[in-house]
Design a protein around this ligand. Structure first.
Ligand SMILES: NC(=O)c1ccc[n+]([C@@H]2O[C@H](COP(=O)([O-])OP(=O)(O)OC[C@H]3O[C@@H](n4cnc5c(N)ncnc54)[C@H](OP(=O)(O)O)[C@@H]3O)[C@@H](O)[C@H]2O)c1
Length: 258
């Protein structure tokens, strides 16, 4: 598995398992299956209502906690100082863990909580060892700059939607120039991009699935990808990404898909 180095020095696996809409037993068995297949990075959030199952799957798997990278997120209605601390403790208790590797602000506040108050709580959580690294999600360039100015520690990651039909190169460039790694969510466009003729043409040329081409396009832009998958076939397909490359021309064609 390839890793990207975050601004605070931590290594983050470039492929992770997205878990939005994975719930109950289906979630537990997908996570166990993923870990058996070699996934070491799992993306969840308080909002997803699946952290108990993820925690239990990890407990029942034959893997050391230190070999996993777990991301969770604080929901946008809970961004006051005390709410952040309370929700973080709830996340850790549900996951049966002492720490998460990465804690994100899931969305900017919609209740006018000052960003400084939220970041102060994130810095405190980090100082307590309950989150190794911190970051944000769904943040604009402006908000990223504000967060970086306020925080005592690096804002390592911005998790945003990114796939061939949803490209925001200005945001990507700004983050990467500011040493913020971008995690692409919905990297398969929730399957809606997988029948794109250009993707199909490139996939046929390399004898690979269209999902692999969609993910490798993001990987070659130095992004993290967190495709959600529940079937073994999809889990395997998304993990086995390396050892071949899209040509510069293929990347450009996908950049310019209209
Ligand atoms: N920060 C945020 O606000 C935010 C918002 C949305 C999502 N996210 C995160 O990003 C993750 C990924 O996004 P997403 O779940 O919305 O969509 P996605 O990963 O783009 O698409 C998931 C869909 O693709 C299918 N799939 C997976 N691998 C495949 C393959 N190799 N070939 C064909 N189909 C495949 C899955 O099917 P099966 O399940 O049947 O295998 C599922 O239907 C989420 O799970 C979540 O962790 C974050």
């Amino acid at each position: 598995m390839r890793n990207l180095r975050l601004a605070d020095g931590t290594l983050m696996p470039q492929i992770g398992l997205g878990t939005w809409e994975l719930r109950g037993d289906a979630c537990k068995s997908a996570v166990k299956n993923a870990i058996n297949l070699g996934y070491t990075h799992i993306d969840t959030a308080w909002l997803y209502q699946n952290q108990r199952e993820i925690g239990q799957a990890i407990v029942e798997s034959d893997i050391n906690r230190s070999n996993l990278f777990i991301t969770s997120k604080i929901w946008r209605t809970e961004l006051s100082y005390n709410q952040v601390l309370t929700q973080c403790d709830e996340i850790l208790s549900q996951l049966q863990m002492d720490y998460v590797d990465l804690l994100l602000i899931h969305w900017p506040s919609d209740e006018n909580i000052p960003l400084s108050e939220t970041i102060e709580a994130f810095n405190y959580i980090q100082s307590q060892g309950k989150a190794i690294s911190i970051g944000v999600s769904n943040f604009s360039n402006d908000l990223i700059d504000q967060a970086k100015t306020i925080s005592k520690t690096p804002i390592n990651v911005n998790q945003v939607p990114y796939h061939i039909r949803h490209q925001t190169p200005n945001l990507l460039n700004h983050c990467q120039e500011s040493n913020v790694v971008v995690t692409a969510y919905c990297p398969l466009g929730r399957t809606q991009i997988l029948k794109e003729p250009l993707l199909t043409k490139i996939a046929k040329r390399h004898n690979k699935s269209t999902a692999k081409v969609a993910l490798l396009w993001l990987i070659q832009k130095n992004m993290i990808v967190i495709p959600k998958a529940s079937s073994t076939e999809h889990l395997k397909d998304n993990l086995d990404l390396f050892g071949w490359e899209l040509s510069e021309d293929e990347v450009k064609q996908l950049d310019n898909i209209s």
